[in-house]
Design a protein around this ligand. Structure first.
Ligand SMILES: NC(=O)c1ccc[n+]([C@@H]2O[C@H](COP(=O)([O-])OP(=O)(O)OC[C@H]3O[C@@H](n4cnc5c(N)ncnc54)[C@H](OP(=O)(O)O)[C@@H]3O)[C@@H](O)[C@H]2O)c1
Length: 285
């Protein structure tokens, strides 16, 4: 029997409909919601991601000022742009496209950003807010996964969730999020990683298994509980080819599974705009 597929697009569409309505309400009272973007260097893929986000911003009724710095930019150049956007009251959210060239310190640039304009939800203060259960912008991929599970009516509360990976972008904040006391979370969460050599022992009993390792094909059918839910978060790119953590053959064992393409990705982008519209509303309330 083949697993039920859990696409991300309908989840993203629902979130973006809400964002679009909220953007229209802001514009009706004379506020132009604004998501600024910073790109450093000439990475084609990053430039492509920025173009996609700017197109989406325009469709949703945002303005999106953009700063493109050369690959030779210094840390001081990057910080200057971050500070300009911090100080600009007409800019409500700021995205620093990752990665930036190797001689630059991304964490320092993120740390210099006004936490209330941090649409990625990755600023240390926002990670702290997440850990403490305080309101703030949530990291986009983890928040997208919670929304995806809720949209597809996969019960999470009280169930065993196992996350493979404890990275700062995905596994670690996702564990904090899904353990929170909320109807769409409230799970028994276990996080496994390279320090847990017998990690399949944990994943095999997971009601919901979330791959967050970035190791293509690391999740095979024998790692999945028959009938369980499998969410593929981790991916690696080889050129334009996307290599997911979850092997396609898991569809034969799982009860429900994200598709190879179009699972978690669209929900991540939608969450970015949800953070941006919330920042715009808060800044202009
Ligand atoms: N779909 C999306 O929209 C989206 C968005 C953001 C990120 N991602 C993807 O999410 C993945 C995770 O990102 P991240 O930055 O959070 O991760 P990361 O910092 O690269 O960490 C990867 C984690 O996986 C664990 N791991 C790696 N190989 C393993 C193995 N063989 N056995 C057991 N554990 C293993 C590592 O364990 P140790 O800690 O022990 O080293 C680490 O905790 C990446 O593939 C990224 O591309 C996807």
């Amino acid at each position: 029997m083949s697993a039920r597929l859990l696409p991300g697009k309908p989840v993203a569409d629902e979130i973006l409909r809400d964002v679009s309505e909220r953007a229209a309400a802001l514009r009706a009272r004379g506020v132009a919601p604004s998501l600024a973007t910073i790109l450093v260097g000439d990475d084609d893929a990053s430039a492509g991601y920025i173009r996609i986000k700017q197109r989406q911003a325009a469709e949703l009724g945002f303005v999106s000022p953009h700063e493109h710095l050369p690959a030779s930019a210094s840390q001081a150049d990057v910080l200057k742009v971050v500070e300009q956007f911090n100080d600009d009251r007409d800019v409500h959210g700021v995205l620093i496209q990752y990665p930036i060239p190797g001689h630059l310190d991304y964490d320092a640039a993120l740390g210099a950003l006004d936490p209330d304009k941090d649409v990625d939800g990755m600023h240390p203060l926002n990670m702290g807010r997440l850990a403490l259960g305080m309101p703030g912008p949530l990291p986009c991929t983890p928040a997208g996964i919670e929304a995806l599970l809720a949209h597809h009516e996969i019960p999470v509360a009280g169930r065993e969730v196992v996350i493979l990976g404890r990275g700062a972008t995905l596994g670690r904040p996702l564990a904090l999020l899904l353990a929170q006391k909320r109807p769409t979370a409230n799970a028994a969460v276990t996080v496994v990683h390279t320090g847990v050599k017998d990690w399949p022992r944990y994943t095999q009993r997971a009601d919901i298994l979330i791959a967050a390792a970035g190791v293509p094909g690391i999740i095979q059918p024998e790692h999945v509980k028959p009938g369980g839910v499998v969410i593929g978060g981790g991916v690696r790119y080889e050129g334009r080819r996307l290599l997911p953590d979850v092997d396609e053959s898991c569809e034969a064992v799982a009860g429900a599974i994200t598709p190879r393409v179009g699972g978690v990705g669209p929900t991540t982008v939608a969450m970015l705009f949800r953070n941006a519209i919330t920042a715009a509303e808060r800044a202009t309330a």
